[in-house]
Design a protein around this ligand. Structure first.
Ligand SMILES: Cc1ncc(COP(=O)(O)O)c(C=O)c1O
Length: 387
């Protein structure tokens, strides 16, 4: 192999030997509790479609109508000529829903995190991040050129220690609102207090809380009553809203700074307009159908009670992410395979996505699941645990 890449085959082989190899299955159906994967019907507990909106007929119809009205592609970046009326309407709806002056659309949550951190921080600045933050926030810090200091998970005193010690021209704390592989929530009020003490901006990535947590579904900030104490909120549209893309919401000065400087906003084609049309419809449903969140909450309680009765301890979480830590990557994979043999799809999450020794099954629930689906999962878990 040219260019010094001769070691790649061995590297792939050792990844496989360590149980860390990742395989893609081919989904042959729409997302939902029942999917067809590689030719097999399975009961799925592994999507982030927490409210069951990815294949909701009204959202699909809005997508179709959006394409008919605006075309298939946006044709340009937002600042050139791709910022269409439907993108603008979605930004205004997201700003109103989150109670912010403005919201700005990005083509993914990953791009939003790179964009916001990169636009606001530079060499000479510092960003403090929870050590279990999503990879996109970590990458964002590294790309920005700012100093990245990680603190212990959900440990405000660890943040205090670092923030007291490290100076920087501009200072930011960035955390996941709901941690994607653990399902627990950042202590936002205590973090906001720490930001007051250390004169630091707070950015919350609420990819897994937006649409799901809070009485109206506005997410972790609403659920924890911190509102404007968090200057910048990133939310994604590809999880609970069932579509794609993301937004950053905040005051007009911050958002205008992103318009001027966020490279992942400026140098990329705007989201397909049909996606924005579908997300607008999802946002309406999120606000009008609170029963979806209630249903999800009751499924979470049912699963947790059932797992406890089986002696299986799920990580503490009230979110739809309910992980069962099994330790070794091979063990997590074996459990996932055993469940799959029983017709149930739950992903094994292994390093480097999670720290070594904490490989796990990441069970996710959706408002589209039935009680009987959760019961079936519990029966299968009981069988696998016995085996
Ligand atoms: C916490 C968190 N932030 C950001 C992202 C990235 O969002 P997107 O999938 O829209 O790129 C994800 C997951 O994908 C996530 O779990």
């Amino acid at each position: 192999m040219r260019g010094g890449f001769g070691a790649l085959p061995d590297a792939l082989a050792s990844r496989r030997a360590e149980g860390l190899y990742r395989n893609r299955g081919v989904l042959e159906s729409a997302q939902g509790p029942r999917v067809r994967l590689d030719g097999v019907e399975l009961l799925s507990f592994c999507s982030n479609d927490y409210l069951g909106l990815a294949n909701d007929p009204r959202v699909v119809a809005a997508f179709r109508e959006g394409a008919a009205r605006w075309g298939a592609g946006s044709g340009a970046s937002h600042l050139v000529s791709g910022h269409m009326g439907v993108h603008h309407a979605l930004e205004e709806a997201l700003a109103a829903f989150t109670g912010r002056e403005r919201a700005l659309l990005f083509s993914s949550g990953y791009a939003a995190n790179l964009g916001v951190v990169g636009a606001l921080l530079d060499k000479g600045d510092v960003v403090f991040e929870d050590r279990l933050n999503h990879a996109s926030l970590i990458d964002a810090a590294q790309l920005s050129g700012a100093r990245l200091q990680r603190f212990l998970h959900n440990d405000v005193s660890s943040l205090d220690t670092h923030a007291a010690r490290i100076g920087g021209r501009r200072r930011m704390v960035a955390v996941d609102g709901v941690f994607s592989m653990d399902g627990d929530e950042a202590p936002l009020a205590a973090l906001a207090d720490a930001c007051d003490r250390h004169d630091t901006l707070l950015l919350v990535d609420d990819a897994h809380g937006f649409g799901v947590l809070g009485a109206s579904g506005a997410g972790s900030l609403e659920a924890q009553g911190v509102g404007a104490r968090v200057e910048l909120l990133m939310g994604t549209l590809g999880k609970a809203l069932g579509t794609a893309g993301a937004f950053v919401a905040g005051d007009a000065t911050f958002i205008e700074t992103l318009v001027q400087h966020a490279r992942t906003y400026i140098y990329t084609t705007a989201l397909p307009p049909a996606v924005a049309a579908a997300a607008l419809e999802s946002l309406r449903i999120v606000q009008e159908e609170g029963w979806r969140r209630e249903r999800l909450g009751s499924l979470v309680l049912r699963l947790r009670a059932g797992a406890e009765a089986l002696g299986l301890s799920l990580l503490p979480s009230r979110s739809p992410i309910q992980p069962l830590v099994l330790g070794d990557a091979g063990r997590a994979l074996a459990w996932a395979q055993a469940l799959r043999k029983r017709g149930i799809l739950v992903p094994a999450i292994r390093p480097p996505t999670v720290p070594r020794g904490s490989a796990r099954l990441r069970i996710t629930l959706s408002a589209a699941h039935e009680n009987a689906d959760v019961d079936r999962l519990l029966e299968a878990l009981a069988e696998v645990a016995r085996a």
